[in-house]
Design a protein around this ligand. Structure first.
Ligand code: NAD
Length: 442
């Protein structure tokens, strides 16, 4: 069988299932998405012509609640990619104990080629096509790569028109004026920052002594880069789809962001009031950024960035996966061998879906929270789950509890496997409580 993204993702499940208290029935069930929808979306373009786009919505598993996951607009979107992203959402929601299953959606296109009017017609057309399989108690989309609050607002509005009633809880990541939550736009990067701080505090690391490279300067990457800069880390490199910038002295991240927002260009700059001047730096490719000699590497762009081909060249000591699936299963083994500590997407970027859950709760209760309430809850919940997974990995690696339930042999487990065991225990319990072979055998 050719290696698809989904089969690669499933290897994490199989590895963790050796150690988790989960039945073979439940493991088998989790290897397959519950439902995969492929749709055609006809869109009238501004010049009067008709273009038909292909879109997907995959609901992976709903054992623990309605399914939840973002919508991606990108030229590489495929059914395989959407299925694997939905798989990761299932484990992410379980890892941080949200009452949701996993889903994902996407449309194959380069959104930069469409006008705003065309994008709106496409977004509304996508909702027309998938409306029967989403809903506040069924499946709740959110933003992902190249989608944002504006697009979520159009989509929620379209769903409400179809239903004949306002239905804010169908989509999260909306504009605040349409029922969005305060703090949602910064939640993924902020959650990742709390995970990183929790881990590095355990290792007695001092921010001032640590260098960082961030691949991807979008919603998630720019927020964590800013927070790390403010906390005293030396962020030496950042990149976007066009390439990256590197400065040994460290970059002034707020200034880089200001310049990028105004000029749509990534440059190392120093700004005084409204005037920014370019300071000395190197231009680097995304591939070069990944292999920089830094303490912390943060892939925050797309999946499959660190593979068996380049894993051996990675020099960072810590990798925090802010993107979904940036490291393949083959690369995992090489990084482990090299002694690199990796912290997985299903925990590190879970702040986004956590605050999406807060948004859904606020929409359903009609009671809206302050930014402080949102941020305090995010910090305490994600820190608690990080601590739990940390202790679980310590327990496995330092005691006899680590033995595989099948072979009985004792092997060290990675932090990724610990996070999967943690998620699988919750998923397995819910799946088994629906009824398993054991109910009928005894
Ligand atoms: P975004 O669209 O805001 O930003 C994506 C960034 O990646 C942009 O800076 C873009 O220029 C850059 N990029 C695109 N292709 C690249 C390439 N080949 N090499 C380097 N950079 C490239 O997207 P986002 O919401 O920040 O999502 C980034 C990652 O985080 C994705 O993997 C996404 O699934 C994950 N994520 C996002 C959220 C969220 O709430 N936004 C939540 C969880 C996980």
């Amino acid at each position: 069988m050719p290696t698809t993204l989904l089969t690669d993702a499933s290897r994490r499940l199989e590895k963790a299932a050796r150690y988790a208290p989960i039945s073979d029935d439940a493991t088998e069930r989790l290897k397959f998405p519950k439902a995969s929808l492929k749709v055609a979306i006809p869109v009238r373009m501004d010049n009067g012509s008709l273009r038909v786009f292909e879109g997907y919505r995959v609901r992976y598993d709903d054992t623990r609640g309605p399914t939840k996951g973002g919508i991606r607009f990108h030229p590489n979107v495929s059914l395989d990619e959407v299925q694997s992203l939905a798989f990761w959402m299932t484990f992410k929601c379980a890892a941080v104990n949200l009452p949701f299953g996993g889903a994902k959606g996407g449309i194959t296109l380069n959104p930069k080629e469409l006008s705003k009017f065309e994008l709106e017609r496409l977004s509304r057309g996508y909702i027309d096509a998938i409306a029967q399989s989403i809903g506040p108690d069924l499946d709740i989309p959110a933003p992902d790569v190249y989608t944002n609050a504006m697009i979520m607002g159009w989509m929620m509005d379209q769903y409400s028109i179809i239903q004949g009633k306002r239905s804010p809880a169908v989509i999260t990541g909306k504009p605040v004026s349409m029922g969005g939550s305060l703090g949602r736009n910064t939640a993924t990067g902020t959650g990742a920052f709390h995970v990183l701080q929790t881990i590095l505090a355990k290792e007695n690391k001092n921010p001032e002594d640590l260098t960082v490279a961030v691949q991807g300067f979008g919603n998630a990457g720019s927020v964590i880069a800013n927070l790390l800069f403010q906390a005293g880390y030396k962020v030496v490199a950042v990149s976007d789809s066009k390439g990256g910038i590197y400065s040994e002295q460290g970059l002034n991240i707020p200034d880089v962001q200001k310049f990028k927002e105004e000029q749509h260009e990534m440059q190392a700059v120093y700004c005084q009031d409204t005037v920014c001047s370019i300071v000395e730096h190197d231009n680097i490719t995304n591939e070069e950024l990944l292999t920089l000699d830094v303490d912390i590497l943060i892939p925050a762009a797309l999946e499959n960035q660190i593979t068996a081909e380049n894993a051996d060249s990675i020099k960072a000591k810590y990798i925090f996966e802010v993107a979904n699936g940036p490291v393949t299963a083959d690369a995992d083994a090489i990084l482990e061998e090299k002694g690199i500590s990796l912290f997985p997407d299903i925990l590190v970027n879970a702040g986004g879906v956590m605050v999406s859950h807060f948004e859904w709760v606020q929409n359903r209760s009609g009671l809206y929270w302050t930014l402080k309430e949102v941020n305090d809850r995010l910090r305490s919940r994600i820190t608690e789950e990080t601590e739990t997974i940390w202790h679980l990995s310590q327990k496995h690696n330092n005691s006899e509890h680590g033995a595989s339930k099948h072979s009985g042999s004792k092997q060290k487990i990675s932090f990724r496997t610990a996070a999967y065991i943690h998620a699988l225990s919750r998923l397995g319990e819910a799946l088994d409580d629906r009824g398993t072979r054991a109910y009928y055998n005894s």
